[in-house]
Design a protein around this ligand. Sequence first.
Ligand SMILES: Nc1nc2c(ncn2[C@@H]2O[C@H](COP(=O)(O)OP(=O)(O)OP(=O)(O)O)[C@@H](O)[C@H]2O)c(=O)[nH]1
Ligand SMILES: C[S@@+](CC[C@H](N)C(=O)[O-])C[C@H]1O[C@@H](n2cnc3c(N)ncnc32)[C@H](O)[C@@H]1O
Ligand code: SF4
Ligand code: SF4
Length: 338
Amino acid sequence: METKNNIEERLSPFLEDNFDDSSLKNLSKKVEDRYNRPIISLRLSITNRCNINCLYCHHDGMMPSNNEMTSDEIFQILKIAKTLGVEKIRFSGGEPLIRKDIVEIIEKTASLNFKDISITTNGILLAKYAEDLFNAGLTRVNVSFDTLDSETYKKITTKNYLKEAKKGVLKAVEVGLNPVKLNMVVMKNINDNEVMEMFEFAKDNGLVLQLIELMKSENCDDNAFSEEYHFDVSLIEKKLAKLAKKVRTRKFMQDRKKYFIDDGEIEVVRPMDNTKFCENCTRLRITPEGKIKPCLLRNDNLIDIITPLREGASEDSLRKIFLEGISNREPYYINDNE
Ligand SMILES: Nc1nc2c(ncn2[C@@H]2O[C@H](COP(=O)(O)OP(=O)(O)OP(=O)(O)O)[C@@H](O)[C@H]2O)c(=O)[nH]1
Ligand SMILES: C[S@@+](CC[C@H](N)C(=O)[O-])C[C@H]1O[C@@H](n2cnc3c(N)ncnc32)[C@H](O)[C@@H]1O
Ligand code: SF4
Ligand code: SF4
């Protein structure tokens, strides 16, 4: 049988960024999938609605739907996740901040004492909500922010909200959310020439820059877009590796690398065809209409948890449904040579 020390050693890389040592005491409760990947994090898409329309959007792998979970239903789902050892919660969408009850959702989530509660947002409404979200218990925020140029912003998002998004980012830092990450999807001939300028902006304002490879997904409106604008982020990564005075690997956060350069930090998210990324994937997803989604890039193995919950199923049966979702998890990109 595995000893507590072994478990701590095996799982320590999960704890590197947003955890403190107190999380160690519950490690033995972690549930693993069939590929020995522990489930550390739950990513809930809480709406499919959005106030902009990014050219590249994969909508977090969700199909259109108008049937959103209520804040109470979200709370019930989180309670079950907590009993299964989930430590990190992320709210995404669509645009999570267009839900009128977003502060209430964070308050309820915080009452369950997760180690890390974060939101991924386009930032347009962030200046309005940052302080209330922080006071409600939000730990940190990632903001989609692909460019500093207003024309390019309009081209990407079809709207003119760059100023609002920038204000939101700065307010998030001001109120104490930490880290605040800028999500930059790097696109050929659109913003690939802006990486260093974005890094300077990030450094000057206490932000982490997250460079993201444009991904193909059946949920993108037009996959031709991905073909045309796909930029090989590994080319930038090679340059970063030369410049960096320190590199860290988030081994069990999809093996992502963080590069520390001149008192600044750049993280690289490179999922496409990346078998290491999937090998080290520790998250489960929930769709806005309450289905467990085992993988961002698949829609054929979802499991309904909201209907049983609405019909009054016991916590035990809901836990079983969760475990069924976990057992459906498979790495999307696999190494064919093994
Ligand atoms: N393939 C794949 N891509 C993901 C997954 N999770 C996040 N991404 C991509 O990673 C990028 C950043 O996602 P975020 O929502 O900002 O959060 P995160 O990077 O996953 O989490 P932290 O680094 O812990 O803040 C987005 O472009 C996502 O599409 C995943 O499970 N699979
Ligand atoms: C789907 S959005 C939802 C949350 C919020 N509306 C936002 O934009 O931050 C979540 C993240 O996915 C990223 N994303 C969307 N489509 C993508 C694609 N095709 N390839 C890579 N990242 C993508 C966005 O940049 C954003 O950082
Ligand atoms: S803001 Fe987020 S959800 Fe909305 S279109 Fe852009 S990437 Fe998609
Ligand atoms: S298995 Fe791979 S593609 Fe699927 S969610 Fe995990 S990292 Fe993303």
